[in-house]
Ligand binder design. Structure first.
Ligand code: BES
Ligand code: MN
Ligand code: ZN
Length: 495
């Protein structure tokens, strides 16, 4: 998709369709009123005839009289003017792109950013157009024989007034970068586990490194992980024929000595559960257990595209978790890189095992903050459903920064407590700690486990088990939390 900003008057434009928003209870905004005037009151007629009431998400495509540069107008309901929240603005955008999907329309001009959205400027409104369009137009075709695009759309121009051009351009650049990062994450996540192996993830990271001068990628092999003493990570990988990889992405956009922000993403390319084998129903979805890793790649891609003046380290422990004669077993005791010993009570709690060694490894980067993201617990779905990601951490400022970023990015998170009382559940008779904490508060005890390896830095954990992909008919990756993390990085770069 080609995205651009347009400041020329509407009547000078050539395109297949102009998208125009109409309120349920307020007069036309300027482009809408111009178009209405230049088309003999077409829009007000449609409203007065009752074909459109202006409710948020309603759409009508109308064809315009010949000999204008524009062929069609897509009217989109915005709802009540006073209630045009950021969410409702995005809803209207989504309705617009969905209405265009099954049409032959190739080029569109969008005027929706002209409406006022509570507390957001032209930069945000422009960026949202691109994010929503690109997300809705994503189509997985990689392993299908029919590679024809479902939608013919090729070009989106966003109308902006001259005085806002600067902000709109900034929004365009951010929108492109974030949308591309999201699409990259979705594709990696949607790929099946027989293609997207730890080796494949490493290759993708290396390729990303080749695209960006400030991004350097290195991959540690199993022998090196062993030498580092990553006993927990290695134990998870032992039952798999696919070699584990620890991928490091080093983005140097900031001053040489500035402490880096470290992002750690769980890159479990298939989670069968190991000896504590999962049940068959829905096991295919465990190809998504690398969504944290994919989101680290997508976020680093966005950061590099935006050329953010920050130092960022991405770390992705990549592995499978399979049952095998050589797999780790319940009751096994492992020694982590930190020296702490861990009793495995359930081999399906593998995410925390590959993450704990990676957290210890992160110390060598002298991080400003560490944020890990992982499809870590089914319990997170029970607690929070598929709306927010779970947020836990040992630092209130970092957690609040993430909460603030999540609002702007429309990529919600909800904080859960990490009180020391919960640590009790991880006690083991045979090791320093157990890898599971019983059936209560599973998301919290998983984070408690991680917290024991994050004592030397400010740290937050995002449990994205409910938000990284959709299940059922719309099964597919969401690309979350790339928007949230990108926004967090933008905010850090600005302040
Ligand atoms: N990858 C899963 C978590 C998961 C489950 C994510 C379902 C999304 C949907 C993780 O490795 C896992 O298996 N966790 C166990 C932990 C338990 C054994 C303490 C779980 O949630 O059941
Ligand atoms: Mn598991
Ligand atoms: Zn898992």
């Amino acid at each position: 998709m080609d995205y651009s900003i347009e400041t020329a008057p509407l009547k000078e434009l050539q395109c297949d369709c102009i998208i125009v928003g109409v309120y349920q209870d307020a007069p036309f905004y300027s482009s809408a009123s111009d178009l209405n005037d230049s088309n003999q009151g077409l829009i007000s007629n449609i409203l007065s005839r009752g074909d459109l009431r202006g409710k948020n998400g309603e759409t009508v495509v109308c064809h315009v009289l010949p000999d204008t540069g524009v062929q069609r107008i897509l009217l989109v309901g915005l709802g009540e003017k006073a209630k045009l929240t950021s969410k409702n603005y995005r809803k209207a955008l989504l309705a617009a792109v969905n209405a265009l999907k099954k049409t032959p329309i190739k080029s569109v001009v969008c005027t929706l950013a002209e409406c006022e959205v509570e507390s957001y400027d032209w930069q945000w409104k422009t960026r949202a157009c691109i994010e929503v369009f690109n997300d809705a137009l994503y189509q997985y075709i990689e392993t299908k024989s029919n590679k024809e695009a479902e939608c013919k759309l090729e070009k989106l121009s966003i109308i902006a007034p001259d005085v806002e051009l600067h902000l709109a351009q900034a929004g365009l650049a951010q929108g492109r970068a974030i949308a591309e990062g999201v699409a990259f994450t979705k594709l990696l996540a949607d790929l099946p586990a027989n293609i997207c192996t730890p080796t494949y993830l490493a290759e993708q990271a290396i390729e990303l490194g080749h695209k960006h001068g400030k991004l350097e990628v290195t991959v540690l092999e199993e022998s090196e992980l062993q030498a580092l003493g990553m006993g927990c990570f290695m134990a998870v990988s032992r039952g798999s024929r696919q070699p584990a990889k620890l991928i490091t992405l080093n983005y140097q956009g900031g001053e040489k000595n500035a402490k880096p922000i470290v992002l750690i993403g769980k890159g479990l390319t298939f989670d069968a559960g190991g000896i504590s084998l999962k049940t068959a129903a829905g096991m295919d979805e465990m190809k998504y257990d690398m969504c944290g890793g994919a989101a680290v790649l997508g976020t680093l891609s966005a950061a590099a595209e935006m050329d953010l003046p920050l130092n960022i380290i991405g770390l992705i422990p990549a592995s499978e978790n399979m049952p095998d004669g050589d797999a780790n077993k319940p009751g096994d005791v492992l020694t982590s890189m930190s020296g702490k010993t861990v009793e495995i009570l359930n081999t399906d709690a593998e995410g925390r095992l590959i993450l704990c060694d990676t957290l210890t490894y992160a110390e060598r980067f002298n991080p400003d903050v560490v944020i890990d993201l992982a499809t870590l617990t089914g319990a997170c779905l029970v607690a929070l459903g598929r709306v927010p990601s779970g947020l836990l951490g040992n630092d209130d400022i970092l957690c609040n920064d993430l909460l603030a970023a999540s609002e702007t990015a429309n990529d919600s998170v909800w904080r859960l407590p990490l009180w020391e009382e919960y640590q009790e559940q991880l006690k083991s008779n045979f090791a320093d700690l157990a890898n599971v904490g019983g059936k209560d508060a599973g998301t919290i005890t998983a984070a408690c486990f991680l917290s024991q390896f994050a004592e030397n830095f400010r740290w937050a954990h995002l449990d994205i088990a409910g938000t990284a992909w959709r299940t059922g008919q719309a099964k597919g990756a969401t690309g979350r939390p790339v928007p949230l993390l990108s926004q967090y990085l933008i905010n850090r770069a600005n302040g």
